[in-house]
Design a protein around this ligand. Structure first.
Ligand SMILES: [Mg+2]
Length: 414
């Protein structure tokens, strides 16, 4: 059989199967696109340095995580849990250290709200010290791989300090926001996870970069994926690679700068490709529409999202994906809607959303809480006063989604 999935299809933007491209009068579109492009260039220009540093940092951390995940996958399946946990821990800490290091190269006095802190390493006796020595090794190896002769050899004290840079309180002012390995369970299972880095000023997201080392380049793989999660079955991979030279088939980095649009590029630095603009889905067709949500029932009410989807007329089953890869799915129109409704009392952390949210917004989407209010990034390490849950969709569909949420909410309260 011929290769079902063409790897070098150009338009990721709104590339929805069954949605024919309409022919349009090209001239005004070109003019508008040129104007938009120069706006975008100006906006990106203001934060060009931040974008470059963040992309480089996330790329280094992605390489590191890929290596650790590969090690995990090679392990005997019987040997799971404890070793799995410790390998994830290595990746978490080492990725945070690498990203801190890269930011510190440019801005020595930066502040960061990051998921990890090094207390368990420094106060963890012999076990902690052993883990720390492994982390230091991993960090130095990654630095060497990416920076070659320029790479420093970091000491364990330096690595601890870099990890602890993540202890910032956030709030007003300029802060970086980091989840070094978002989607721990996906990471352990060889599935989706993300390295999510954002920068905000006075509660306004300015830059977002998200590494998704296992995300397929094209959303069409969903059609061939029985588990429906972007999970990569060996059958699927060989199908995708059939008759193709090795190229960019998985591993995506999403980038966004406020006012500058959202883009996607390959995770693998060896693959040369121009950043592809991404955009949320343009038209809402309930029959073709998809919504995505967390994999784990513990993290979001799947009954409630099913009811909202039903109110919108969405027929297909949910795309359940680990981590902020879900925001990437909405940003490039693999899915039309992302919804998360955690249990009452659960406090969302800003690093679990910041990078993904600016990427969706810059791709033409809107992200709010379930009451329609924007998310408050300046409230510290948590998203305080969040109404019920978080929804992301195209700006055009947002109000309809709000109405659907209200309808489901009222009937669930009966
Ligand atoms: Mg994490």
């Amino acid at each position: 059989m011929a290769s079902v999935i063409r790897l070098n299809v150009a338009p990721i933007v709104g590339a929805r199967r069954g949605a024919p491209q309409k022919s349009r009068n090209a001239a005004p579109i070109r003019a508008a696109a040129a104007a938009k492009k120069s706006d975008a260039a100006a906006a990106s220009g203001q934060y060009a340095r931040e974008l470059e540093v963040a992309t480089d940092a996330v790329r280094m951390a992605s390489t590191l995580c890929q290596e650790v995940q590969a090690q995990l996958m090679r392990q005997d399946e019987q040997a799971e849990t404890k070793d799995d946990r410790s390998l994830v821990t290595l990746a978490d800490y080492a990725a945070q250290a690498i990203i801190s290091w890269r930011i510190q190269q440019e801005w020595s006095d930066f502040t960061m709200v990051g998921e990890e802190d090094a207390e368990a390493l420094t106060e963890g006796g012999e076990g902690g010290a052993l883990t720390l020595s492994k982390i230091v090794k991993l960090v130095n190896k990654t630095l060497k791989l990416h920076k070659g002769m320029d790479a420093p050899e970091l000491t364990s004290t330096e690595v601890v300090d870099l990890i602890n840079k993540g202890g910032g309180a956030g709030g007003k002012g300029r802060h970086w926001v980091l989840d070094p390995v978002d989607g721990t369970l996906g990471f352990v299972r060889g599935d989706q996870y993300a390295i999510a880095l954002a920068m905000m000023e006075d509660g306004d997201l300015k830059v977002g970069v998200m590494g998704c080392p296992n995300m397929p380049k094209i959303g069409e793989v969903l059609e061939y994926d029985s588990s429906y999660t972007y999970g990569f079955s060996p059958r699927l991979v060989s199908k995708m690679l059939a008759g193709e030279s090795l190229g960019w088939y998985k591993g995506c980095i999403f980038t966004a700068v406020k006012g500058g649009g959202a883009y996607m590029l390959p995770c693998d630095p060896a693959i040369k490709a121009d950043p592809l603009p991404v955009a949320v889905s343009k038209e809402f067709d309930p029959q073709a529409a998809k919504f995505c949500e967390p994999v784990m029932k513990a993290n979001s009410s799947q009954g409630f999202t099913a009811s909202v989807a039903d109110n919108l007329g969405i027929e297909s089953k949910p795309l359940r994906v680990y981590s902020q890869v879900k925001y990437g799915s909405v940003a490039r129109a693999d899915a039309d809607v992302f919804m998360k409704f955690p249990k009452a009392g659960y406090k969302e952390k800003i690093w679990d959303h910041a990078a993904g949210v600016i990427i969706v917004e810059e791709a033409g989407g809107k992200v709010t809480d379930a009451g329609g209010a924007p998310l408050d990034w300046a409230g510290g390490r948590y998203l305080e006063s969040l109404d019920r849950g978080i929804v992301a969709t195209s700006t055009a569909l947002h109000q309809r989604l709000m109405d659907a949420v209200s309808k489901s909410w009222s009937s669930s309260q009966l």
